[in-house]
Design a protein. Structure first.
Length: 365
């Protein structure tokens, strides 16, 4: 049942080139820039006319929501707010029929997300679901929605469901941008970028042995910092969550530029820092952050693009991955972080599929 893999988590990480194709199947025609999301078709005008979109979710699904904020604002130019479902529901949110609420949940059963959905409905908002489990409570109670089609996710640490959620948000942002904020040409360019992702992920998965070797050096760490910017700030949060939940190492994710506003005080030889450093507009800034960490004896693991020699001079380890347009980079950068957490946790003898104190679906509030 684990398909020859030692754990479900590893199987699910390695399934991603296929599950990513599944999300796109029947929804995307890469040749001519065609995207269709059947599940929301009848509500498309209402979503396009939304005064604002509020995304509610928990945990990893909330991280997908943060990436969704960047995507929706950049492609569709609709203002977006992202909230933890547990915070949203207890603060009497300002919401009415001009708002659209998107709830994201792998299981479709998370108690706080379900309560947020019900509250949003009560207040008259249109509620759109992004769920993995077909027929789940959240999927049934939303007005409309899209399934992520990632297949059953057994490992408690979410991996393939996360990348599927990000792809659904990417497609949704493109659908909403049509005839408005993006030209047909731009849409087909972004679809082509997305179409190349599964193959690039396969290439990243080939780095498994290198990542295992890096993991060996950090097995005894007690803390770890993850830094990224823009689209990859939420990836830093997700990398840190993955590490803490399965290896029990304390980890924090931050926007890289915030390092100077506090976390830099923590840096010494015992504080590994994982940098997500794609070659984009902020690359130079990230390099100077890396230098700052090095000068305080912090150890640096960088996820960077093939051909980036500058970073190799500064970092202790570089995981080289294929480059891509900024909006698809979270789908690539998160893969080595999933693998790194998996290896550190298994080397520490942790039960990665069933980490202590955690449940696959959190049905208590
Ligand atoms: O099923 P959901 O997506 O609603 O679950 C939300 C969180 O409980 C979940 O993502 C949790 O944070 C995972 N264990 C993360 O790997």
């Amino acid at each position: 049942e684990k398909g020859g893999f030692e754990h479900f988590m590893l199987k699910e990480i390695f399934e991603q080139p296929v599950t990513m194709q599944e999300v796109m199947r029947g929804r995307v025609r890469h040749e001519d820039g065609f995207v269709r999301l059947g599940g929301i078709e009848d509500y498309l005008d209402r979503i396009r006319d939304a005064r604002r979109i509020v995304i509610c979710a928990c945990g990893t699904s909330w991280h997908a929501g943060l990436i969704g904020e960047y995507l929706l604002e950049e492609f569709a130019r609709i203002p977006v707010e992202v909230d933890y479902a547990s915070e949203f529901r207890y603060r009497n949110p300002i919401l009415d029929e001009h708002d659209v609420v998107i709830v994201i949940s792998q299981s479709g059963e998370t108690a706080d997300t379900l309560a947020a959905l019900r509250l949003a409905k009560e207040k008259g908002a249109l509620v759109v679901g992004i769920c993995n489990v077909v027929g789940s409570t959240i999927a049934r109670e939303t007005h409309c929605g899209m399934y992520t089609h990632a297949g059953p996710e057994i490992g408690v640490a979410s991996t393939k469901a996360f990348t599927a959620q990000v792809i659904v948000l990417y497609l949704l942002s493109l659908v909403l941008s049509k005839d408005r904020s993006l030209s047909r040409h731009d849409i087909s360019l972004y679809l082509r970028e997305l179409g190349e992702v599964p193959e690039k992920v396969s290439r990243i998965l080939e780095l498994n042995d290198q990542i295992l070797e890096i993991a060996r050096e950090y097995v005894d760490s007690r803390n770890c910092l993850y830094l990224g910017r823009g689209y990859n700030f939420p990836v830093a949060l997700e990398g840190a969550l993955k590490l803490k939940e399965i290896s029990y190492i304390h980890a924090e994710g931050y926007p890289a530029a915030e390092m100077k506003h506090g976390p830099i005080a923590l840096i010494d030889k015992d504080m590994p820092v994982v940098f997500i450093a794609p070659q984009d507009a902020t690359h130079g800034k990230i390099l100077s952050n890396v230098e700052e960490v090095r000068s305080r004896k912090g150890r640096v693991i960088a996820v960077a693009n093939e051909g980036d020699e500058e970073i190799a001079r500064l970092a202790d380890h570089v995981i080289y991955i294929p480059s891509a347009a900024a909006p698809v980079t979270p789908l690539l950068n998160v893969i080595p972080l999933q693998m790194l957490s998996y290896h550190i946790a298994t080397l520490r003898g942790c039960n990665v599929d069933r980490p202590r104190n955690l449940a696959k679906s959190v049905t208590v509030e």
